[in-house]
Design a protein. Sequence first.
Length: 254
Amino acid sequence: MIIPDKKITENAVKRIFKLMFPHNENLISLEACFSDKSLGEYLNIIFKDSGNDIEKIKNEFISSLVSTKGILLKDAEFILQSDPAAKELAEVIAVYPGFFAIFCHRVAHTLYELSVPLVPRMITEYAHVKTGIDIHPGARIGSPFSIDHGTGIVIGETTIIGNYVKMYQGVTLGALSVDKSKALTKRHPTIEDNVILYAGCTILGGETVVGRNSIIGGNVWLTESVGPYTVVYHKSEIIVRNQSDFNEPINWVI
């Protein structure tokens, strides 16, 4: 197999984003044109080793972009509603790394479903480098979906995420082991609708299900299922003292 050109693939991703979300009145319009000549040229190059019917793959992919934009606009609106710091939809689309990572995943997942080799991973690894958010193109993510801050998020290949899920930085949706023999099995958790995953929580295992309307608190380590409407949190001891009333112990170091 010939490895697709990495730079051309990244340029195609940037071109798709620019066509999908132009800096004009068509920013939120679904009538944006994806028949741009340069995009077709990029796709011809990166799909050239994708199978016998390159034209069919290219046409199916391009025809999917309008519906993908509709889903992404819902994602952007959900992020806007979820983040008090966000002032307008254009801000979310233009500058939020979480939104860009979601965009890359949705484009890559379409190609993954079309059985295009390597390119989906190249796209999500490009997002990983740009945002610090690592989402495998095989993960199935509902809509709308919100990532806030996002740095350090890892979402594994067989993860299933429902609708209206909010996720913060440092979340890991991973496998209990990296045993190669389990490559074709469901190794990563299922997150049902309306779940909030706070910063630093880790949820592992293919049979682990987080029920709908649940909240998983920061730094929680979870390897078993929890039912709907559950709150899971990590309790740690915090000691507050007055410096003037506390004598530091004497430590002798030889």
